[in-house]
Design a protein. Structure first.
Length: 184
């Protein structure tokens, strides 16, 4: 079903897809569809997250890989993922798509990855803000990176021919100095 919804969403805005259409393309009954998702949009997000979660599992759980190397490699693979599904992300992250949907999904995924790095002690954040709870500052820092990364991806995919070098140039210039760096 994931392959079916990804293929259909590459051709048609997901909000225009019906459960029947996705089930037919996947060669399953509608009841099977509903065992996995309630809407085509929900199935699309699950399909994209399954790929992103696979990247995170492969790269961030390797204790032998340094944090910077994990961030760089994960970023490269996420960019490849976005490019594989470029029509889906262009529609799903468009300004008129609203703040939910793919924007929220990516933000939560990146936030989860950053939290895992922090929990593993592989990330240190600037939490020494006078008068502020360090946990609140750490959460704000992680959200800044996660949601800012989605914003950079959103702008990057508007390029006529987005590639990893263009993303790296933009992101490397904008990301705060305390964050793990891509080559600048």
């Amino acid at each position: 079903m994931f392959a079916a919804v990804l293929a259909l969403a590459a051709e048609t805005p997901v909000e225009q897809l019906s459960v029947t259409e996705v089930a037919r393309r996947a060669d399953v009954h509608r009841s099977t569809f509903y065992e996995h998702a309630s809407t085509p949009d929900g199935l699309l997000r699950a399909a994209l997250l399954a790929e992103l979660d696979g990247l995170r599992a492969d790269l961030l759980h390797d204790p032998g890989r340094g944090t910077d190397a994990a961030v760089v490699e994960t970023t490269r693979r996420v960019l490849e993922h976005v490019l594989r599904h470029l029509p889906v992300y262009r529609r799903g992250l468009a300004d008129d798509a609203g703040a939910g949907g793919l924007h929220a999904m990516l933000g939560e995924h990146f936030l989860g990855s950053s939290r895992q790095l922090l929990e593993q002690g592989r990330l240190s954040l600037p939490t020494d803000v006078p008068g502020a709870d360090p946990d609140v500052v750490a959460d704000a820092a992680l959200r800044l990176i996660a949601l800012g990364t989605v914003g950079v991806i959103r702008s990057w995919i508007d390029l006529p021919d987005p590639d990893a070098a263009a993303f790296t140039a933009i992101y490397g210039r904008l990301v705060p100095d305390w964050w793990s760096q891509l080559d600048r």
